[in-house]
Design a protein around this ligand. Sequence first.
Ligand code: ATP
Length: 356
Amino acid sequence: MDGLVLRKLGRRFGAVDAVLAFDLHIKPGEFVSLLGPSGCGKTTTLRMIAGFIDPTSGSIELDGKVLSAPSGSVPPEKRGMSMIFQSYAIWPNMTVSENVAFGLNLRKLPAEEVKARVGAVLETVRMSHLADRYPAELSGGQQQRVALARAVVIRPAVLLLDEPLSNLDANLREEMRFEIKRMHDEFRITSVYVTHDQGEAMVTSDRIAVMNNGRLEQIDTPYALYSRPKTRFVASFIGRTNFLSGIRGNSMIDFAGFSVPFAAIGEEMTGGGPITVSIRPQAMKLSATEMAKDKTINLPGSVKQSSFLGETWDYVFQSREGGLQFRVAAPPADVFPVGTPAWLQIDPTQIVPITD
Ligand code: ATP
């Protein structure tokens, strides 16, 4: 199979399973983030891919070739991968262009080709004008751009990024996400990006692998993860959401004060037993009047809390029957002072069943 394949990958440290039965297929040219809270096993997974630590179970393959033990562990320098760390790790005694050229010179490429490739990659990371500076004369963001340029210029089979933006201040982090995305769009190097920042993962990635307790919870595009989370963990780790508990009848889910047919939700479901669903604050609408559309759920109630966040209002709405509370995100023009009676409108296709 082409690309990077993790098969039932596991790593145990004493009694701790840092990574457990992790299956993942990263396609050639794809950018995948490993996203999850501290201690979920992201870095351990990345270090196994790089070859810095051996797995205790499972295997790692690149373009059909097994890299990991037990069939013989390929050492890190023979895996054709580049890694970028939190600390920029560029050589202080070399200029920007010397740093970037280093890997190409090591591979004994002709001088003209080195010059052309260094020039092109410095342009991509917008560092051409600083090519003759030394690292001490650069800002943190500029140093990280050099580290990126140096990693991609050798055209590695896989680019591994370990929280590369975590030493930068908030504004720069935000800007650098887009730089990383732009660079990936240009070079299309198969990339694995470790982060605990969902915004970073969403901007940069084709797909995000959400990890929890050493396991893969869900892998999907940023849009699919946000709109169709499969578990409570994913629904709450990626953005904010409302959880509702219901009971599955024969063909309807009964919530406190209202019911929704299985068919309206649009997912395969069987009757009997409790169910939890997620409804995003953005997936609902507050209205001063009841809406006529028969497919929309209309819940009467009132606004209990309101905060203006600039791009949206953040309302807490309480339904009259059942007393359910919902966080609702509304556009700035939709003004509902606290205490106002209102209708909450829910499109049933936005109700997502999840596992707890
Ligand atoms: P962070 O975001 O904080 O870097 P992470 O998701 O990258 O966290 P890992 O560093 O992969 O998590 O750690 C996963 C688990 O394995 C943690 O419980 C950690 O304590 C444990 N662990 C990692 N390396 C070792 C080690 N060398 N010896 C013992 N336990 C380890």
